[in-house]
Write a new protein. Sequence first.
Length: 150
Amino acid sequence: MVLLRRVIGDALRARRQGQHRTLREVSSAANVSLGYLSEIERGQKEPSSELLAAICHALGARLSELLREVSDTVALAEQLPGVLVPVQDEPTESTPVAAAVSKATGRAVRQVSADGVAVSVRQESPLKATLRSTRVRSPERTDRDVVCAA
C-alpha cells in the first residue's frame, strides 16, 4: 500500500532539494516549524490544504502542479501490474518483476519496468511501502520527463 502522505512528502522534498534550499529556509518562508516540515517530507505527517499551499508558495510552485505530480505518480503505480500488491519473496512469472528481500534489513523490494517506466517498491511493513517511479527519457527528447516519488 502506498501512502499518499509519503508521495506528497517526497514530491515536496524533491522540489526543495532541486532548488538547493534547506529545510530551515523553506520552513521559515512557509511559516511552519522546521521539525514539522521535516515530518511532512518524510511522510510521517499529513499537511492540511492550507499548510500545503503555504509550503508550495514558499517553494515557488503551484499547489495544482504538486497535486498533479502526486496524482500522476499514484496513477502510474496503479497502471503497472504487480506494483500495488504485497511483495513476495520470489518474482512471479506473469509480469516482468524482480523481487528480493534484503537480509540486512528484512525489507522486500520489487521492481517493475514497462514502456520506459521503472518503478520500485520497498515493503517496510505490511502497511508501509515506499514507491519510487522514474520515466526513462528517450535520447531525442529534450524536455524534462522524470517522476520521482515515494
